[in-house]
Design a protein around this ligand. Structure first.
Ligand code: NAP
Length: 268
């Protein structure tokens, strides 16, 4: 299927590895020119190199903290490097993403811990929408995909910072997505279940440390608890993200798409 994205531009955050990288890879394969962002420059440059080798779109790396105003300004300005200066240089697609907050016991979290989680996993995504959405409206096309978490539907207490911040973002999106819909702009959230990434390994380690058991036993238990008896692959996640950004997904708006192989035990 041609996703109709050839020549579009994308900002993909948290994209040096894991789910963000997979989203960038799937979009670039469709001919999207992308700015990819992560904090650590070496891994990011390597990711950009691999994506540029892969083709078909062009990739520029911007090493920046997307949760900081200064980092967002530099990432957003890089749209101009994808297009000649005369052209309208806004992004057609924005994938918001950053590392999840630490796991733990809510009794140990201070207001500062909460403010950090809210900034990284809620407010930075809202700021990116604020900076890009009016350009999308003016051009009559826009796709925003926020990578959130299965925690929005099925919270676990040790990921309380994630539950709170991501539900805040989800509530915000539910409102603004309806406002922009008449202009060809969609905003959806993509909720990862358990995908085999560095983040997943870190979460398993945190649970293993808390419970004093080997990390392999946590891993095996989670795999067995999933409906598919396996973890998702980042490629499966990227493919869904690319479809949500495609011209075929113009009627998909304000949704929370849970990608967990059917593990969430509800009818809806
Ligand atoms: P990951 O493997 O840890 O990758 C995170 C990526 O984001 C890296 O490229 C990282 O690079 C970048 N990043 C982190 N903080 C950033 C910041 N402030 N500014 C810019 N880039 C930043 O994580 P993942 O598994 O792909 O997960 C992505 C998101 O989905 C996370 O929020 C995670 O909590 C959520 N999630 C994942 C799963 C899962 O099963 N994997 C399940 C539920 C939710 P740098 O460190 O160099 O910045």
């Amino acid at each position: 299927m041609d996703l109709g994205l050839q020549g579009k531009t994308a900002l993909v955050c948290g994209a040096s590895r894991g789910l963000g990288y997979a989203c960038a890879s799937a979009l670039v394969a469709e001919g999207v020119d992308a700015v990819i962002v992560a904090r650590e420059p070496r891994a990011l440059d390597q990711a950009a190199h691999t994506l540029n080798e892969q083709g078909a779109g062009r990739v520029i790396a911007v090493a920046a903290d997307i949760a900081a105003e200064e980092g967002r300004v530099r990432a957003l300005a890089a749209a101009r490097e994808l297009r000649d200066a005369a052209a309208d240089a806004g992004f057609d697609i924005v994938v918001t993403n950053a590392g999840g907050p630490p796991a733990g016991n809510f009794r140990d979290w201070s207001t500062e811990d909460w403010m950090r989680a809210l900034n990284v996993n809620m407010l930075s995504a809202i700021e990116l929408m604020r900076a890009t959405i009016d350009g999308m409206i003016a051009r009559g096309f826009g796709r925003i995909v926020n990578i959130t978490s299965t925690a929005v539907k099925a919270p676990s207490s040790y990921l309380g910072l994630s539950n709170g911040a991501r539900c805040g973002l989800t509530g915000f999106v539910a409102g603004v997505a309806r406002e922009v819909a008449p202009h060809g702009v969609t905003i959806n959230n993509l909720l990862p279940g358990t995908f085999d990434t560095a983040r997943l390994a870190a979460n398993f380690q945190a649970v293993a440390d808390r419970d004093g058991v080997p990390v392999e036993s946590i891993r095996d238990k989670r795999r067995e608890a999933s409906a598919t008896r396996r973890f998702g692959t980042p490629e499966e996640f990227g493919a869904m993200c690319a479809f949500m950004c495609s011209v075929h997904a113009g009627y998909l708006n304000a949704q929370n798409i849970l990608l967990d192989g059917g593990t969430y035990p509800g009818t809806f």
